[in-house]
Unconditional design. Structure first.
Length: 142
């Protein structure tokens, strides 16, 4: 992403968020991600089907998003989550990831105004899902 500025989503203020959506450091599959967005459903008797999301205004200035998705290593071992990425309500990626695994993604953003990240619990036990070091590459964000 030559000539562009890297912005960690954890450092940007979401224009809206739902659920337990927080900036935190976390370890996914044995690797530390210091600037992550972490979603924690702890305390729910049955987490399956519970969603959390955050939306970011990218001002149509960003060309790509990178992240590593997975379940935090301190979550229960029998947990899983689905991760979705939307550009202006168009689904760009959907990943289902169980505990102990991770997936790295680089996604092109087609002149995105609003970026939405969604995490959906796929297990009854409460997962702790993370978009590890999620970064957008932009010409400049105000």
């Amino acid at each position: 992403m030559a000539g562009q500025i890297a912005y960690r989503l954890a450092d940007l203020q979401p224009v809206s968020s739902m659920g337990n959506w927080a900036k935190a450091s976390t370890t996914i599959n044995g690797v530390l991600f210091a600037n992550s967005i972490v979603i924690d459903w702890a305390g729910l008797a049955d987490a399956q089907g519970q969603a959390s999301q955050g939306e970011y205004n990218l001002e149509r200035r960003c060309s790509a998003l990178t992240f590593t998705a997975g379940i935090a290593d301190d979550a229960p071992a029998d947990t899983a989550a689905q991760f979705r990425v939307y550009s202006d309500d168009v689904l760009l990626a959907q990943l289902s990831i169980p505990f102990g695994h991770d997936m790295h993604r680089s996604i092109l953003l087609p002149r995105t105004l609003r970026l939405r990240l969604v995490a959906l619990a796929e297990s009854h036990a409460a997962p702790k899902a993370a978009f590890g070091d999620a970064t957008v590459y932009c010409s400049r964000l105000d």
